[in-house]
Design a protein around this ligand. Structure first.
Ligand code: TSJ
Length: 639
């Protein structure tokens, strides 16, 4: 009789996965949306590894109607034969916490931090996982619940469902609602990652299929032009200075691949990847690239007498003014560091990128003088503005030191304990006035702003800094700011733990949110990364029933819920804006830490920065509001 054998080995197996369920955050970096989305990529990475090993050119990723996800590839199929532990090798791969080894299937280690923790972690955190392996003419089947096998093996091997001519692996899994706060995958996030993977693997085709009701969609990602196409996409709609530059080479056993294209704009967008992993925090590969690039441009600028003897060199930032670049390396054994383990720390990557860039770019520039001149032109523009703005900045800062709040508008709080202080940026003088009356003056500061602050994307630096409201904000926050040319930002000096945007839930309010977020994003991005920025969610309705308790309702969904769960007559009050609330109401609904609802602004991915800003600055308002809310974490009751 075939029966699942629980021998000593399988007991350790269970214990291993028990640890994952006890502390899921340690393995996937959290049980919020980020960790949830990470599950899919943990599985997709296995299929991409099969591609890198040379055996798979197609991957299908399906968001199923029932909320689960299916990932399928056209590879060799996870080995199903008997493993020395006495069970099918597939069980060892999917039910053991394995930190590398025979079943890693990796041409390059993608491990280090969150990456490569393995399919068994996903298995442990899934309510159910179903596995089909197409191999040797047969469809082999296995299934798990919360990491525990629920299919009986036959002499240690997987049961066979039928015959097939195909080969590959197909995994369907449903994240465990007991573990994750939310179990709904973010389709937009997934699409963007899959597209990125396609750009980084030009021979691969990824089919994205969404079968969720109301969202049905299929997109095929295939980018034969690789990172060159990626750079083009990042620059789409912008005025480009030249056709993309592309080069690759190998040094120190590290494969280096780079695409560069300049645009006529004051921005830089350099993205680094190591072994297909986006290095959000940068690292040694980018260091090597930037150092060599700056040297090259300064060298050529002198050679061409664009820089005269008396002129100082361009700064690194000057030479990258307008640059969009992708630097992708393949490292046999990378080291990742940083808060999110997305900073490449391997020292040899600096050398490798430095050397390949020096050789290949020299060859390129020697043959493409016009492109070179265009790029040096971008650096000249930057240097000119930098010098003008350095002056403007000095003037501004020296003046403002003596006038802490030039408008007298900021109602600061009394406490100097930053960890307890909050500042509300409030739209409109009337709401600002109510907020000043209602607030807890010990810990809550109020800064009313009128109308619309400057659109920082479009305004030049000295104009931005001359804007009274921006000035007041910079001074109030106390931590300085950073932008392309210099970095005076010091988060340790931040005077408030929470910066709370408080605007009306209408078009104007949404525009102000957008502008404020863009300002923060451009000049103080760390505030967003470190979770200091929030959006207040004032209620839309108040219900006053004939009998029973008055209640605030935050949106239409809540109203709907209220209607369904309450009988009897009630009066419904709708708030059109913050200005309609009296101080007491404002305190109850929006200021009181015990009762208010805040959304924490969390830009999940810095790499989306340019897209985001561009989209935020478009003319459509509703999608922007949507964007902000999509990227604000679920409403959290801040108690
Ligand atoms: F692990 C997993 F379940 F997450 C998963 C693995 C999910 C998906 C969608 C694909 C895969 C996977 C694994 N695709 N292809 C492979 N290949 C192997 O595991 C494999 C095949 C053959 C050999 C060999 O040496 O013959 C070695 C390996 C590692």
């Amino acid at each position: 009789m075939a029966k699942t054998q629980y021998n000593a080995d399988s007991i350790t197996v269970l214990e291993g996965l028990e640890a994952v369920r006890k502390r899921p955050g340690m393995y996937i970096g959290g049980v919020g949306t980020k960790g949830l989305n990470h599950l899919i990529y943990e599985i997709v990475d296995n299929a991409v590894d099969e591609h890198l090993a040379g055996y798979c050119n197609e991957i299908w990723v399906t968001l199923e109607a029932d909320g689960s996800c299916t990932v399928k590839d056209s590879g060799r199929g996870i080995p199903v034969g008997m493993h020395k532990k006495g069970v099918s090798a597939e069980r060892v791969v999917l039910a053991t916490l394995h930190a590398g080894g025979k079943f890693d299937n990796q041409a390059y280690k993608t491990s280090g931090g969150l990456h490569g923790v393995g399919s068994s972690v996903v298995n442990a955190l899934s309510e159910r996982m179903d596995v089909k392996i197409y191999q040797n003419g047969l469809i082999h089947h296995d299934a798990y619940e919360r990491g525990i096998p629920v299919v009986e093996l036959e002499n240690g091997l997987l049961p066979v469902l039928g015959k097939t001519k195909a080969t590959g692996t197909e995994i369907n899994f449903l994240p465990d609602g007991e573990i994750f706060e939310k179990t709904r995958f973010k389709a937009e996030w997934l699409k963007s990652r899959l597209h990125e993977t396609a750009y980084l693997n030009p021979a691969l085709t990824i089919h994205y299929i969404n079968r969720r009701p109301g969202e049905e969609e299929q997109v095929d990602y295939h980018e034969p032009d690789g990172i060159v196409a990626y750079v083009r996409e990042l620059n789409s709609g912008k005025e480009t200075v030249h056709e993309p530059i592309y080069y690759k080479g190998t040094s120190e056993g590290i494969e280096v691949e780079v695409a560069i294209q300049f645009v006529d704009a004051f921005e830089e967008n350099t993205l680094g990847f190591c072994n297909n992993i986006f290095t959000q925090e940068g690292g040694t590969h980018l260091m090597g690239f930037k150092t060599r690039f700056t040297q090259l441009i300064n060298g050529y600028a002198r050679e061409l007498s664009i820089l005269k003897e008396k002129d100082s060199n361009f700064t690194g930032a000057d030479t990258r003014n307008g640059m969009t670049a992708i630097v992708a390396v393949k490292h046999p054994d990378p080291i990742f560091e940083g808060q999110t383990k997305t900073k490449l720390a391997s020292a040899d990557a600096t050398k490798a990128v430095f050397s390949v860039t020096g050789e290949e770019l020299t060859l390129y520039f020697d043959r493409n003088l016009e492109v070179l001149k265009g790029i040096i032109g971008c650096a000249e523009k930057s240097a000119k503005i930098r010098k003008a703005e350095e002056k403007a900045k000095t003037n501004m800062l020296s003046k403002s030191k003596f006038s802490f709040d030039s408008n007298g508008k900021l109602a600061n709080c009394e406490s100097r304990d930053a960890s307890k202080c909050e500042i509300f940026i409030v739209e409109g003088d009337s709401a600002g006035g109510s907020a000043k009356t209602a607030r807890n003056r010990q810990y809550q500061a109020i800064l009313p702003i009128r109308g619309k602050i400057l659109n920082v994307e479009k305004a030049s630096m000295d104009k931005v800094l001359a804007n009274a409201e921006i000035k007041t904000m910079i001074n109030a926050f106390g931590c300085g700011f950073s932008e392309g040319y210099g970095n005076d930002f010091d988060i340790a000096k931040l005077r408030y733990d929470k910066i709370i945007l408080m605007t009306d839930a209408d078009v104007d309010g949404s525009h102000i949110d957008t502008l404020l977020l863009t300002f923060l994003y451009r000049f103080m991005p760390e505030l967003i990364y470190n979770g200091h920025v929030y959006i207040a969610m004032p209620p839309l309705y108040k219900v006053i029933p004939k009998k029973g308790q008055e209640q605030y309702l935050f949106d239409d969904k809540e109203l709907e819920r209220y209607r369904r769960s309450h009988t009897g007559e009630f009066t419904l009050q709708r708030y059109k804006g913050l200005g309609e609330m009296d101080p007491e109401q404002l305190w109850e609904t929006t200021l009181d830490p015990e009762r208010r609802v805040l959304k924490q602004v969390e830009i999940e991915d810095a790499r989306m920065a340019s897209e985001i800003t561009e989209m935020l600055m478009g003319s459509d308002v509703p999608p922007r509001r949507q964007f902000i809310y999509d990227h604000a974490d679920e409403a959290e009751i801040d108690a």
